[in-house]
Write a protein that binds this ligand. Sequence first.
Ligand code: M6R
Length: 609
Amino acid sequence: MCGIVGYIGNKQAVNVICDGLEKLEYRGYDSAGVAVVNGDSKVNWAKKQGRLSGLEAVLEQSPIEGTVGIGHTRWATHGAPSDINSHPHLNMSETIAVVHNGIIENYMEIRERLTAEGYVFKSETDTEVAVHLIDKYYEGDLLQAVYKAVAEFRGAYALGVVSSNHPGELVAVRKESPLIVGVGEGEYFIASDVPAILKYTRNVYYLENDEVVYVKDGKIQILDAEQNVVDKELKVVEWDIEAASKGGYDHFMMKEIYDQPQAIRDTLLRRLDENRMIRLDDIKLTKEDLDGIQKMYIVACGTAYHAGLVGKYAIEKLAKVPVEVDIASEFRYSDPFIDEHTLLIVVSQSGETADTLAAMKLAKSKGARVLAITNVVGSSVAREAHDVFYTWAGPEVAVASTKAYTAQMIAFYMIALDFAFKKGTITLERYHELVNNIEALAPLVEEILADKAQIEKMAEDMKDAQNAFYLGRGVDFTTAREAALKLKEISYIYTEAFAAGELKHGPIALIDQGTPVLSIVTQDALQEKMISNIKEVKARGAFVIAIAKKGDTEIAKVADDLFYIPEAEDLLMPVLAVIPTQLISYYVSIARGNDVDKPRNLAKSVTVE
Ligand code: M6R
């Protein structure tokens, strides 16, 4: 994620930038920094690990004056949170400064090339290549140097650039990462998101991919990749500041539900090389390592545990290795069988969950290799693990986890594919087919989200329920468990998930007239069995809401209400099936007047046992 802000005008840049960064802290708060040009021979800068308040304390001690500058709040992807890895990054002579949001995928090859040419890198970030490359191409024209540099980048980036050689100029570029331009009276702003500038102006240009902003001597130009001037419409923002920081949504949870297509794309696409092979840079497990592993565990808590259940399904199906999944708080006290032939995969959005951390420490002490799937770079889980897979879902603010879950499932599909390919348990053709099918999930999620009004109506029928049940079979049972957790945690309705085949062994006694039973039916081989189970609960008075694949006309005959989701291959259906259940939980919670983002009794990160 990360947030960038830039200013050029008559005000003190540091004040405007800090105001903006404060509004962007939801995008990351691992560190913050500013760079200002004011006629001095070098760029003036300050940066500090931690929240913006840390940077502000530094700036209070040593103020930086000037009316042109850029700033950044970081959510680490490459390199742990630290002062050195903080933005802005500077060239060796400190005459050029860059802030960046996104990932420059080919930064390693550029870094090696520049190092061979004598450039000295200070940080572990991908961003630092940008400033050195601009420096390399700089021949007195900042804009041209930026154009030449970005032509070499692969990936996603929004960049802000200033130079002490050009105190009246500000350059910014957008590709895949968001960037807007604010227009005030004789002043211009750049920012990753609208809230950063709303205190100063509501007039905004929304940039498209490959567009470049060039402000010089009080005049702005927006240029395309070929340096043609783009005639853009200036829009007026109607949102207030609070709504804007949630991207215009009423709650972070809804924003994060809508972030999911991007989270899927970011987690997958940025790890595909030019031959569409998955590159897991922070996982060093070789074929020999994998052949030596006799036991695999997946251990996590809550939603992350449910992602682990999907992970087991994917790894067993593709890599043909048996996997056990356990809840971290149970695993650590169960005297698990662990030795140096064990691989423990831990999953944690925050990377700080106490039980998950304790489980991995236990496994390490017994000689196991530990692979962590986490969303937070430099988190405790990431630091403790031998191998790491970062889900690039961006910061998750709502307590109810949504986008982290989908990104964790994508991570497992990719790890399963990587293991399977290394172990030779799938063909190259099937490998590519699956990569394509995973990529195709993002637009399918968008399709589901476009139908949210139907779900809002369904939720209306459920809002007064005393209890509710989710049913599923196979991997749909996993989706049912995740769906039940989500509904109970934000609606406070007593909700349980059952393996549909288990109903007759007890749970069916709970079904009464009107009890909502949400049935997930996406697995072809289990569809007939699910229809029988639906008939059984209906016969006892249940109100059945089904979530099924488009075109399943048999389900339509038995369900009281039905939400169709698009079809993907069965293995990947959990990613699609969970989306309507997240929306149901959201709308039921709203209808009951609950605080969706901060449900009672819960915290985002559970750092106690
Ligand atoms: O940060 P973690 O992924 O380790 O957190 C695990 C659980 O606490 C978390 O998934 C929790 O269950 C969520 N509130 C579910 O929405």
